[in-house]
Ligand binder design. Structure first.
Ligand code: BDR
Ligand code: CA
Length: 316
């Protein structure tokens, strides 16, 4: 039976690759796409999701999500246009200001609640942006914790430095209170963070080769990825981290990851804001802020070559 997936995303260049993976993998049934602010404004990420739905003929509905973090006092900077371009898709040509396809009338959190309740025990939520929509869904419908199969997030930096601060990864620091709510809820979370995504690099040449042998969809993906690859030149040798695709791959190939179990908390104040900290199961500490929360999984190892091969095979 196919894995049913709700894809919660802020497209976003690497988000677009993961969307194509989820759409094309034969063992995945993409039942919904929910958008969130992050790599661009909520208007732009939603427009991009609708645009890619049209362009790639994706049946799943798109529901527009949160435009701001759940803490109204959190000061938000401008979107990272220097990473994903002003249009969120690497400034690739051909992205219209608006598209004809309309989003689902429900806000993303309600779409998540309704879809989870309609498919008890079957939905994998793959969340690769800020976790705002998930936190809102939990607040409105606490019963969904017992109905979701698993929540696979791209987010966090556990045993490695962050990418926005020395300790914080972008998806977490963008809404740390939401991330803490999601990590401490009584559902199964798998955190695919920089610990493994920074090991998983697709080179410009490999993506070009995939585009050469693949169809029109991956040719467009290749075109929109060039700006992002150029941005990463300072830390990657002519390639890109495929952050969000790692989380998508986990749904169909968890055996390619090594996980560590233990409760996770997220720092939401001070210079360590956005830090994700796991207390590994079996380690003894005096009473502390991790006590009483469920153990979640953090990916600490990845077979990067096999993950990249699966992405290549699927998107081509
Ligand atoms: C994460 O932040 C975003 O820029 C990417 O799309 C990815 O989800 C990586 O830190
Ligand atoms: Ca993302």
């Amino acid at each position: 039976m196919a894995h049913k997936v709700i894809y919660d995303t802020d497209p976003g260049v690497d988000d677009a690759m993961a969307l194509l993976f989820l759409h094309q993998h034969p063992a995945i049934d993409l039942v919904g796409i929910t958008t969130v602010f992050g790599n661009a404004t909520i208007a732009t990420t939603t427009r991009n999701a609708l645009f890619l739905k049209e362009k790639w003929q994706i049946a799943a509905p798109v529901a527009r999500g949160a435009g701001h973090a759940i803490n109204p006092d959190r000061v938000e900077g401008p979107p990272p246009a220097f990473v994903h371009g002003d249009n969120g898709l690497g400034n690739v040509a051909g992205v219209p200001d608006s598209v004809a396809t309309q989003p689902d009338p429900r806000p993303a959190f309600q779409f998540i609640i309704d879809t989870v309740r309609a498919n008890p025990g079957e939905i994998n939520i793959v969340a690769v942006g800020r976790m705002t929509n998930l936190a809102l869904a939990l607040a409105a419908a606490p019963d969904i914790v017992g109905l979701v199969k698993q929540v696979v997030i791209m987010g966090g930096a556990f045993d490695v430095p962050g990418n926005v601060s020395p300790v914080a990864e972008a998806n977490i620091i963008g809404d740390p209170e939401a991330a803490d709510i999601v990590m401490t809820a009584a559902w199964k979370v798998v955190a695919i963070g920089l610990d493994v995504t920074h090991q998983t690099i697709m080179t410009r040449a490999e993506l070009a080769e995939t585009a050469r042998t693949g169809g029109e969809r991956v040719r467009f993906l290749n075109a929109l990825s060039q700006f992002y690859i150029d941005f990463y030149q300072h830390i990657v040798d002519d390639g890109m981290f495929v952050h969000d695709s790692c989380a998508a791959v986990y749904v169909v190939a968890p055996e390619l990851f090594t996980n560590r179990s233990g409760p996770i908390r997220v720092v939401s104040e001070g210079i360590a804001t956005g830090q994700t900290i796991q207390k590994p199961d079996g380690k003894f500490f005096p009473p502390g802020p991790w006590d009483g929360y469920p153990s979640q999984l953090v990916s600490v190892g990845i077979d990067a070559a096999a993950v990249l091969k699966l992405i290549h095979q699927t998107i081509a």
